[in-house]
Write a protein that binds this ligand. Structure first.
Ligand code: PGA
Length: 256
């Protein structure tokens, strides 16, 4: 793997532009001394323009998009608007959107198709709602395949698949991170599905990352034993010290 990809999903935080600025400044300050890592900050839409102007090493991500470029879609934000704001990565199909906002595989597919054709990095979130036994839950493969319907081989190099078991997300009751071993098995399975769809050579370009209660204390085993190529970090990304510890450990893990 080249550089690990660490994505901060700020969700609906913080409350003010001032706090968002402070958070970004702390991350940028610490990142200035690190080279072998790619960090993406995905704040609420509201703060994107401002953070885009102050960003240096961080890349800018969005937590969602609409699939059309312009038109009468009240309340939506289009990928074209995001592109003009400096956004390079867009999270699609997060479980909170699937669960609370009624996002379907079909909507997710439209977004993925559009984003990949427009040269964005599309961060597709997939994951089962409940912990199953040892078997890899069928829904992981289904969500992945459904999201990629009609996506041509030439477009998948900018795909990032985030395996986020819903039960491991820190806001779930009794949440706890997955084990690196299990994450590894799922990552292998995801790669197998991708290879089946696109051939091994093309599938190798897709990055597979892990999300769900990532902290400084557990990032290293996910990268080294779980063979994940990065992480999607929710709660811990709001604490700049913890977040930068995650980033630092990710860069160190890569030296192994
Ligand atoms: P968490 O969230 O790190 O707080 O578990 C991850 C996510 O929902 O993307």
């Amino acid at each position: 793997m080249e550089k690990p990809l660490i994505i901060a999903n700020w969700k609906m935080n913080p409350t003010s532009a001032k706090e968002a600025t402070e958070l970004m400044m702390k991350v940028e300050g610490a990142l200035a001394r690190m080279r072998r890592v790619e960090v993406v900050i995905a704040p609420p839409f509201l703060f994107l323009s401002h953070l885009s102007r102050m960003r240096k090493r961080c890349k800018l991500g969005a937590q969602n998009t609409f699939w059309g470029d312009t038109g009468p879609y009240t309340g939506e934000i289009s990928w074209r608007q995001l592109k003009k704001t400096g956004v390079s990565h867009i999270i699609v199909g997060h479980s909170e959107r699937r669960l609370f906002l009624g996002e379907t595989d079909e909507m997710i597919n439209k977004k993925i198709r559009t984003l990949l054709s427009q040269n964005f990095f599309a961060v597709l979130c997939i994951g089962e709602r409940e912990r199953s036994g040892h078997d890899i839950p069928a829904v992981v493969g289904e969500q992945l395949k459904n999201a990629l319907i009609g996506v041509p081989r030439g477009h998948i190099k900018n795909l990032v698949v985030a395996y986020e078991p819903v039960w491991a997300i820190s806001t779930a009751s009794f949440a706890r991170p997955d084990t690196p071993d299990n994450a590894f098995r799922v990552a292998v399975y995801i790669r197998k599905v991708l290879s089946g769809l696109y051939g091994r050579g093309s599938a190798e370009h897709v990055r597979v990352i892990y999300g769900g209660s990532v902290r400084a204390k557990n990032i290293t085993p996910f990268l080294l034993d779980g063979k994940m190529e990065g992480a999607l970090v929710g709660h811990a990304s709001l604490d700049p010290q913890e977040f930068m510890d995650i980033v630092r450990r990710a860069t160190q893990a890569m030296r192994h």
